[in-house]
Design a protein around this ligand. Structure first.
Ligand SMILES: Nc1ncnc2c1ncn2[C@@H]1O[C@H](COP(=O)(O)OP(=O)(O)OP(=O)(O)O)[C@@H](O)[C@H]1O
Ligand SMILES: [Mg+2]
Length: 240
C-alpha cells in the first residue's frame, strides 16, 4: 500500500552530525522541496554523502532535527537511496529488480510486468537475464536506479551516480535521472562533476568542511556565486 502522506518537503533545521570528537556536519539548514533536482557539490570530505544519509533518515542528527512532510519519524517507505558503489545480488538483473519489488510489497502476480517496465525505463530490457554482477559499471548503475525505483519513491537520493562512468554511460544515467524527475520524483544527488550539476540541477547546495557555504538556484550559482569558496571551487582551483 502506498503511504498517503507526503515526505516533502524535507526540512533540516540546525542539523549537525557528530561522530566521536569529529563534527562531520554542522549548522545545516536546508529545505528539499518538490521540483527539479537538488544537487550537492563540494570538495571531497565536505559532507555530501553524510547529508544524503541524514536526509534519507539513515542517520539521526546529533543536534537539530530533520522532518519529512512535517513528521519527525516518517518511515522511509517513500524514499530510496542509491549508494556510490551499489552492491548487486548474486542473481540476474531482473532477479535483482524482482527482489526489490517483493521487498516493496508488490504482489507476486504484478512483479513480472513491473520488472519489465523498470528494465525498459533504464534501457536494460535486453539484459534482464544476465547475472547482475557481470554487467558493466554503467549497466550496474542503471540497474541500481531501477531497483531503487521499485518502491515508487517520492524522493530519490543518488550519491555520485556517474562517478567512474564514461561519457556515453554518463549520458544514459543522466537521461534516466531527467525522466525520473519529469515523473515528479524529487531527486537529491551528490556529484563531483560540475558539468553534470549544470545539466541537471534546479538548485545547488555547496558543502565545504561540513557546512553549507551556498544554496542557490543553479543558474545563479554558476553565473554569480555569492561566496569566495564557491567562486574558487567553480574556477577549478583547489579548495582546501
Ligand atoms: N562514520 C564516520 N565516522 C568518522 N568519520 C566519518 C564518518 N562518516 C564520514 N566521516 C568523515 O566525515 C567527512 C565527510 O564525509 P562525507 O563522506 O560525507 O563527505 P563527501 O562530501 O561525501 O566526500 P566525497 O566527495 O569524498 O565522497 C569525511 O572527512 C569523512 O571521513
Ligand atoms: Mg561522498
Amino acid at each position: 500500500m502506498r503511504a498517503p502522506l507526503s515526505d516533502l518537503p524535507i526540512v533540516l533545521e540546525d542539523a549537525a552530525v557528530v561522530v566521536g570528537q569529529l563534527t562531520i556536519l554542522n549548522d545545516v539548514a536546508l529545505t528539499l522541496a518538490a521540483g527539479a533536482p537538488t544537487v550537492l557539490v563540494g570538495p571531497n570530505g565536505g559532507g555530501k554523502t553524510t547529508l544524503l544519509r541524514l536526509a534519507m533518515g539513515l542517520l539521526a542528527p546529533s543536534h537539530g532535527r530533520v522532518t519529512w512532510g512535517g513528521r519527525i519519524d516518517a518511515a522511509s517507505t517513500r524514499r530510496a537511496i542509491v549508494f556510490q558503489r551499489p552492491v548487486m545480488l548474486r542473481r540476474s538483473a531482473e532477479g535483482n529488480i524482482r527482489y526489490a519489488l517483493s521487498a516493496a510489497g508488490v504482489a507476486r502476480s504484478e512483479r513480472a510486468a513491473r520488472a519489465a517496465e523498470l528494465l525498459a525505463l533504464v534501457g536494460l530490457s535486453e539484459l534482464g537475464e544476465r547475472p547482475a554482477r557481470k554487467l558493466s559499471g554503467g549497466e550496474q548503475q542503471r540497474l541500481a536506479l531501477a531497483r531503487a525505483l521499485a518502491k515508487e519513491p517520492q524522493v530519490l537520493f543518488l550519491d555520485e551516480p556517474t562517478a567512474s562512468l564514461d561519457p556515453t554511460a554518463t549520458k544514459a544515467v543522466e537521461d534516466i535521472i531527467r525522466t525520473v524527475s519529469e515523473r515528479n520524483i524529487k531527486v537529491v544527488m551528490a556529484t563531483h562533476d560540475l558539468g553534470e550539476a549544470r545539466r541537471l540541477a534546479g538548485d545547488v547546495v555547496m558543502l565545504h568542511r561540513g557546512r553549507i557555504v551556498e544554496t542557490a538556484a543553479a543558474a545563479s550559482f554558476f553565473d554569480r556565486p555569492q561566496t569566495a569558496e564557491a567562486g574558487t571551487f567553480l574556477a577549478g582551483e583547489l579548495l582546501v
